[in-house]
Design a protein. Sequence first.
Length: 320
Amino acid sequence: MEKKIILVTGGTGLIGKAIENIVNEDKKDNEEWIFVGSKEADLCDKKSTEQLFEKYKPTHVIHLAAMVGGLFHNMAHNLDFLRNNLHINDNVLQTAHENNVIKVVSCLSTCIFPDKTTYPIDETMIHNGPPHPSNYGYSYAKRLLDVANHAYLEQNNRLYTSIIPCNVFGPHDNFNPHSSHVIPGLMRKLYDLIKDGNTEDKIFTVLGSGKPLRQFIYSLDLAKLILWVLREYNSVEPIILSVDEKDEVSISKVAETLAKAFDFKGKIVYDTTAADGQYKKTASNSKLRNYLPAMQFTPFENAIKETVNWYRSNYNIARN
Ligand code: NDP
């Protein structure tokens, strides 16, 4: 069997760690996996990217590295999100091409779709209108990955493709209150709130109305799907990797599920003076379901419980 050397950029992050976990359970003799973070190479820099590819000589790349953040971090840093991600993506794809990498799987996101759209969104709608103003820097940089993939195919006959995950959560997430996504952000808040005593007078404040709806995928479920894409999915066209539409949950449901997982005894309050972001961004996973009709996702409550347990046991090493 053909030997594959698979380089995972962003290998130290939430999704990279989940892939490492799944690969360790499902090892294939012909696959060698390399997980790298920013300490090993600064992918904003072309020379540093070239040295990384020279060192490991990958045949395949799962490209996860990106400047990533939640709503409030994006709103304040659209220029940085645009420039850093443009540089990272151009350096990785071009260096992969120069080194004859056979396949690259890059990562888009359901939050880069047009703000004004019909629902559910699907893979054909990425470029149909401007993204939500809160994260246009990140969104345009990500959209150009899809443009580049098509251009690499057309001009150089490369199979460089992309996946579109919905919101991801799980062990090894970023729990820093200034840059985290909603689930790890709320987990950190709850943890801090009850570490000195879990009493009924504690108030758990959730920013926004609690009404927006989101689809959340557990990082370990997503990791399994990414392995399938790497091994079996051979089209340049992006594919949405999301839970089913019926599994969409409100932010208030997220807050309640977290409070239950922490056994929080106080009160949940919604600060409606804070921004809500997009009301919903429901994505259709019917393309994925056509390939994998039997795929079972971990129930939301169970995945939250596992993540909370991980965070409690690993608070000292978590990205706080
Ligand atoms: P994390 O923030 O957990 O990890 C980001 C990774 O990128 C880290 O390994 C980090 O390295 C690396 N990185 C960042 N900047 C650089 C750089 N300049 N050079 C080299 N490496 C760099 O991200 P996630 O795992 O959450 O996200 C992975 C991918 O999935 C991203 O492309 C993101 O856009 C996409 N995505 C994420 C979603 C989510 O909800 N989390 C939803 C949809 C898509 P280090 O930590 O060592 O600095």
